[in-house]
Design a protein around this ligand. Sequence first.
Ligand code: PGA
Ligand code: ZN
Length: 401
Amino acid sequence: LIASVSLRRVLDSRGNPTVEADVLTESGGFGRAAAPSGASTGEYEAIELPPGEAIAAARQHAVPRLVDSVHAGNQRDVDAALHGADGTDDFSEIGANSAVAVSMAAAKAGADVLGAPLFQHLGGTFRDADRSFPVPLGNVVGGGEHAKEATHIQEFLAAPVGAPSVSEAAFANAAVHEAVGDLLDERGVPAGKGDEGAWAPGIDDAEAFELVEEATDRVADEVGFEVRFGLDVAASELWDADAGVYRYGDRERTPDEQIDYVADLVDEYDLAYVEDPLEEDDFDGFAELTERVGDRTLICGDDLFVTNVERLERGIDVGAGNSILIKPNQIGTLSDAFDAVELAQRNGLDAVVSHRSGETEDTTIAHLAVATDVPFIKTGAVGGERTAKLNELIRIAEEAV
Ligand code: PGA
Ligand code: ZN
């Protein structure tokens, strides 16, 4: 049984406060986890409260329901207690940040009690012996809400789809990141980095496509396997609802033009992955684009689905996208995140596990991605809070062969 739950404010990678939870069991099991935080958050995400408020509310409502009454190893019971304590359908009472920190910390305590690695406790025991590992998608150039005065498209993501191991994939992404830096240097373009460690140069999107194509080609030649790339358009951030257009600075595109634009990009650059190509309410637009691009490209819903089974069901009904981004803090518990993964997989959609732009050293998503056997994990290319997950994947791969 859970003996104690403690909550505290810690720093995230942007220097903002976030919620960390410690769960201790009677038998001495221990788990610690911290909530990440988005900047380009979807309108339909579970509610993140100011950490101080979230901690106070969780101490008052959730901790008493967990201590001495729930087994840390029984994730469904832990997460049902969190929902019961909250009483809303969007965690607006205790905060999705408190909820997800406790949910993940309890999972780690449950694994600790069993003496099992987290990925195995979370379902990894049913992995195929010779299964493949999630391919990391590495953010190498971007802007949007993650960096001012940079590209309109939020993320250009290296996708080393031919990598023979997760380690080679992670190093390929780091090499693409470095190659982009070199190319910017050669062109005399100064560039800082955005919130996820991607280069944030003041170039237009067309030039970014050129650079990333050249960098991925260069690295593919070096490593000898296929390295493609993809995008998170984060189109809700470009969408001007009043005017009914997507705004790329001075240039605007109607929804139909946006679909044409993205479909052309998929063709021209053989994109492996396109996340949120349309705004978060345009299920029909997602469906039209998905039909147009064919199955070499994942069309992924992040703000569209927000890891929420009801929104995913709606998407499945109309064929909106062929994949879903999974961010546990968008929905508040690991059980809810698993439900979304399972619903997707049962319906032939790929799930992609993801970090947030505000992160900590927490590595839970690396274990989640392995446990659920997803094809991709989006967790950045460089930077300590990003490499924490990549390095954990490298360790898991050693342990799990
Ligand atoms: P966020 O960005 O964490 O700021 O929401 C990541 C994403 O949009 O995928
Ligand atoms: Zn996104």
